[in-house]
Design a protein around this ligand. Sequence first.
Ligand code: NBG
Length: 875
Amino acid sequence: MTSVIDPNTIGKPVRPRRHVRTLTGYTPETDETGKEKWPRGDEKVWKEGSRSVNTDVSSVTKSIVNHVQTSLARQAYNLDNLGAYQAAALSVRDDLILNWNETQMHYTRKAPKRAYYLSLEFLMGRTFDNALLNLGLKDQYREGVTKLGFNMEDLLEQERDAALGNGGLGRLAACYLDSSASQELPVWGYGLRYQYGIFQQLISPEGQQLEQPDPWLAGGENPWELPRLDVSYEVRFYGTAERLPDGRALWQGGQEVLAVAYDVMVPGCYTKNTNNLRLWESKPKRGFDLNSFNAGDYEHAVESSNSAAAITSVLYPNDHTCAQSSISTLGKELRLKQQYFWTAASLADIVRRFKNIGKPFSEFPDYVAIQLNDTHPTLAIPELMRILIDEEEIPWGKAWDIVTNTVFYTNHTVLPEALEKWPVPLMEHLLPRHMQIIYDINLYVVEPSVEKKFPGDRDRLARMSLIEEGFPKQVRMAHLACIGNRKVNGVAELHSDLVKTTILKDFVEFEGQSKFSNVTNGITPRRWLDQCNPELSALISKTLKVDKSVWLKDLDMLKGLLPYAEDAEFRKEWAAIKQRNKERLAHHVETTLGLTVNTNAMFDVQIKRLHEYKRQTLNILGVIHRYLTLKQMSAAERKKVNPRVVFFAGKAAPGYYIAKLTIRLIVNAARIINADPDTRNLLTVYFLPDYSVSLAEVLIPSSDISQHISTAGTEASGTSNMKFCLNGGLLVGTVDGANIEIAEAVGENNVFFFGHLTPAVEDLRYQHMYHPVPVEEKCPALAKVLDKISGGMFGDGGVYEPLLNTIRQNDYYLITEDFDSYIGALEMVDQAYLDKEEWIKKSIRTTANMGKFSSDRAILEYAESFWSIEPVKVT
Ligand code: NBG
């Protein structure tokens, strides 16, 4: 008999398309007496067959060899470092899965309130080392790997960074996941599984930044994720939304794509709790269009499947400050598609999990907290409204109550150009139902209540509206995020104040102060001390006489180091570790770039995204000023100068012309300065290409001084400032972001502050606009530097004119205003460094006082004050 194929089923998935429950998450049934029933087979056989985490060297080596033989289908004869890394990673993954499984089962059984961290970026870096340290298995693996004839450091180097983020915002999300698991909090992350992370940066011979795709998954299977092809949701775009008389709407037609889950295990430090980061990948709903295929039109046949797959193909490399201005219309549509795809899939998953508990929707906020990491996931607000109204048939007002008690919003920048806005026509086209809901929120919530509270204040109404008038009209995402949530916070004290007094001022007057608060950012001391600076971590444990498993989770214990600042022997050990970290960096530069670094010099580091507000330009102009000063000195004077090596690293958004010019100036200035025999023992400059989490892990422990020199009021927090100080590096900075709180914690005499303060900035800008003073008059030292650049000291001077003109004209970021005090601060650094013993004391005191900046503290603040969730320990 021939089988008959129904053409309608071709290309359709065999399984029903709605999410199918998998075995994960099932809870045991109980019998009449309330005793748990074993689900299938012989319980004893099952239990005998189960294994636990491998903790001794011989079971570790067995497991690695087993993976070499089976998972990799290789043998000792043909195993290279990459293969050995893969086998060892798979072995660690097995252990993580065991803990992960238990954690998920435990959370499901207990059904506690959970928090979900929605972030479009998770800058995870490498996992192998971090997982071993958190599991407490580093020593066993090191020994095992050595026994198998490999070197642990070589294997660690094989792993590619997971670089699914642009900078601080994405790394913060990664630190928060680590802290949530370490503090045993039921928190899941939701993000996108980009095929391509942040671009790889190359530097051309002229000093130009070139971008290259980062195919981070190309090396084959990623051992740190679990593909969960059975967890998938349909997500709709375009189509029509027809309002029904009962308040619901029927959204239909358009394009449907599938969101498929990939789970990344997030192990806590010295605990079984292993949380989940769920990343969505887009897939076409059907393989391809069969009609076109049959008609021989192959291109059209795969068109829609390509467009579905494109949604999660690449991370947008835009720095927040050139937000959407440099994206094309098509690019904008894709970006908005990414945002909706991700929030829709995440919410479908969250709602499904909630429904499994069997509680009414009125209790949703008792079980679910959703944190919006910046405005990128703001569509979660109208999407949850849509689900509640259209699918769950909950009346509008009740739905609004649920949403505004569930959602929380963190703002990460007050730069006005960074605030997301989407053109209304685009939103109407792509998400017609959501546009209706946004209009409804404006109509039912914003307008009547603002009018009631401030009768007749039309200007205020226009300022606060979710829709900005213009051609085209735009949806203001920050306003939607602010009105549709329970609490808003900034990320450092100054920043949170600025949020309240600038961009959301009207909303504070409208909703009251209590909705607005601050959670100062934090960093995980596991990666940013124990992992990146193992010698310092060991010295701290030895000195405090406390195992690191304790102090790494209670970072205030570092205070115990304070008395040792007076102990000469301890200082010697401290300084020797810094020195070895410098040598480690020098070795890295030598092997990757073939350059020799003077490790007897002071190491001065600025590493972050390239942006005008972060003022790498100020730094390189300062370097050139130093160079010119050295050139003018006599040989005898030069002898008194302390040698300095300046490191830069960071990526510029591909469309950000001025930032790219700054890179070019740094690279070419370095070329000239490093080659000058008069000065090269005293000053050298390096631009290290392709900045990444892994590069930061080598740079940060080596620094004597690091620079955080944004124009006051522009850097919301900064987090690398915390990482440097935790590793005993001192800070040169403006009175901005978290610099302020760091200085409060470590003592102002251990920080080198300079520059104008935030309240002065607006007036200065006004003066620049309407009463400009030429640079020659305002800041002669700077004028000289600019002239040298224009004059061609670092290659064709004309190339840099657009960059120099941003300073000569307008000078929005106030380089002319801060230059002299900046140079003054650097001189103070030189002075202070002359007294080596005192410098080391400062370094020790700085580390000792950094307890506040642990991301454990920050995540506990979110958990307690916002989300109302509690630790759920997996035993
Ligand atoms: C960035 C700020 C940083 C801050 C991180 C994390 C965005 C939009 N903002 O100062 O510029 O440290 O967020 O909060 O990426």
